[in-house]
Design a protein around this ligand. Structure first.
Ligand code: C2E
Ligand code: MG
Ligand code: MG
Ligand code: MG
Length: 283
């Protein structure tokens, strides 16, 4: 703290800890305002079939736009929102907005029929989670198969039997469930087959080095093998170049998502991107 010339804080505080704490409180306060004033936007990133090149789904990703116009990335507010419980309100808005968007797409006969939303343990823990999801579908006239819920591997591992039961109920009614960031959470094989999941999303860290690192390539191959055994779909997240795409496709991954194809974008841009893309693929 002494070497920090800009700091006027008392030297007996660790300036890092103090700075973090202030940042946390400030973000929490501004998130309440953001929820009240609806400062959130939903952006969409396409997911493409390796086999056909067609867009088979999109992942909905939340964005926070400050009154000044600047965007706050999720990494800066999702952890705070998770710690304060504000994530539950954010994700309710996300779910409703994603379903409304999907309904709009169906009315336009838009080619995409699946939307994925991210949910956390706190969401699943709310007593009315199952009804909430089912109501969102019926409110917007969607089929359960139009919706996929993404939960990280670590969230699935830390959640208790009551929450797993809720996920089973949602799965039973036809909603898809993806394990996000798969490969990072140390789940045992015995556990995986008890989870009501349809999809494994291979974590970006393995995709990053799949071309040059034999270890990461082996992990990716193991996940693909596992998915086959349990009849699960695989999605590679964070595909950034052709070489990664080639390897992942050759190894049998079903779906690709990443900046190599498209970044997350606002709804209208997404529609325009998909229309241009599908025309290219069908040529
Ligand atoms: P995630 O669910 O694993 O989402 C994938 C993240 O990777 C997104 O970051 C996406 O923009 C980014 N990504 C996709 N392809 C590439 C690529 O090729 N290269 C790189 N470098 N990044 C890529 P984003 O949108 O910043 O979201 C970060 C995380 O925040 C998400 O990770 C998810 O855990 C969380 N998140 C985002 N939206 C929501 C939401 O609505 N609710 C909840 N609970 N969490 C959310
Ligand atoms: Mg996700
Ligand atoms: Mg992910
Ligand atoms: Mg991730």
């Amino acid at each position: 703290a002494l070497s920090n010339a800009r700091s006027t804080a008392p030297v007996f505080y660790s300036s890092d800890v103090q700075h973090e704490a202030l940042r946390f409180i400030r973000t929490q306060t501004r998130l309440y305002e953001a929820l009240e004033k609806r400062q959130f936007e939903l952006w969409y990133q396409p997911q493409l079939s390796f086999a056909t090149g067609q867009v088979v789904g999109v992942e909905a990703l939340v964005r926070w736009r400050l009154p000044g116009g600047q965007l706050v990335p999720p990494i800066e507010f999702i952890p705070v929102a998770e710690a304060t419980g504000q994530i539950v309100d954010i994700d309710r808005w996300v779910l409703d907005t994603a379903c409304a968007t999907m309904r709009g797409w169906q009315e336009r006969k838009f080619a995409v029929s699946r939307i994925s939303v991210n949910v956390t343990v706190a969401d699943v823990e709310t007593p009315d989670f199952v009804e909430l999801v089912q109501n969102a579908l019926s409110k917007h006239g969607l089929l359960p198969s139009n919706l996929e819920l993404e939960l990280t591997e670590s969230a699935l591992l830390e959640t208790g039997p009551a929450n797993l039961d809720k996920l089973h109920q949602l799965r039973t009614c036809g909603i898809r469930i993806a394990v996000d960031d798969f490969g990072t959470g140390y789940s045992s094989l015995g556990y995986l087959h008890k989870l009501p999941v349809t999809t494994l999303k291979i974590d970006k860290t393995f995709v990053d080095h799949v071309v040059r690192s034999p270890t990461d390539a082996a992990i990716a191959e193991t996940i693909i093998w596992l998915a086959r055994k349990f009849k699960l779909e695989t999605v590679a997240e964070g595909v950034e170049n052709q070489a990664q795409a080639d390897v992942l496709k050759a190894r049998g991954v079903d779906i690709a998502q990443g900046f190599f194809y498209a970044r997350p974008m606002p709804e209208r841009e997404l529609r325009e991107w998909v229309e241009v893309h599908q025309n290219k693929v069908s040529d």
